[in-house]
Design a protein. Sequence first.
Length: 385
Amino acid sequence: MNRRTVLRTAVIGGGSVAFSGALWSGAAHAAPAQNAASPYGPLQAADANGIQLPAGFTSRIVARSGQTVSGTSYTWHNAPDGGAVFADGSGWIYVSNSEINPGGGASAIKFNSSAAITGAYRILSNTRQNCAGGKTPWNKWLSCEEVSLGYVYECDPWGSAAVQRPALGKFKHEAAACDPVRQAIYLTEDESNGCFYRFLPSTWGNLASGTLQVLKAGTATSGSFTWATVPDPDGSPTATRDQVSGAKRFNGGEGCHYANDTVWFTTKGDNRVWQVNLLNSTYELAYDDGLVNPGPAPLAGVDNITGSTAGDLYVAEDGGNMEICMITPDDKISVFLRVTGQSSSEICGPAFTPAGNRLYFSSQRGTSGSGSGGITYEITGPFRT
């Protein structure tokens, strides 16, 4: 939690925004990012919501755990975590997991084109410790259970019944990222000796059946890799991570994002970011806090990640100084915002609207340090688009 860390590449996930190959070919193999002044300028004094932002940006609270979402009759869930934004006509929907056990699940807030809240409702119920997940190209939310033998649930942001997807394996799921080129879904595992997986649906867009595979590689931090089929995705009696000889181990898989024939994922146990190059089947260490020179870097507890329409990466801290840090395509890192007075919380679920001009995120435990004190925010301002 206290080590300062930095990424070296800008990544985008979820498929909600398209980027040119030129941008990504430049960003994908760049040198480790170094400290720099923010393109938005320095942080200002904390606002009425306790958030320090650059000049021109404002925050508002859109939901609090245990309280009714404004303009609705729906009570927002405890311990808000991973999230995503889905286009809804001229408006949008923000979905958010609930990392409690039992209970879990996920909720949604609907906004009109003016960003007024028009509805809030449950999209997944009675699950366990739903942490992160991922957005599909067919506009569903994959909500992942961060428990032993946990499931992935395919959720409808508009509120239709969620569907359990056991074909994606039963293990301590964290995040998911969809690759429409190879028609694969990449999955991280939050275990100290976890693995990195991909799921190949029998039919793209239908997760009822398919093949779960695990990445095989050596013990080095770079090299070539192959995929091997997991014999029993059910994970019992033998855990999925222990079924394939040579499966590469990763220390606490967290966020996962795909773009431009590359998938990046974070491992919070060792504060690393891994880069998997899908065109040539190689992997490498895209970030390690030992690569920051000179340090310290303004990022600790690497966790959830999202991208902007400009190709900037926004990285949420689990702990640290409760910051969202920003990494630009030219490999410069800076602090975008800081949440004050909430040192016992973590920042979760950063996600942009389709237009790229609003950013949503949550403080999982708020000022109270308890999941019942979660707060979900919206940031507006002159984002680079």
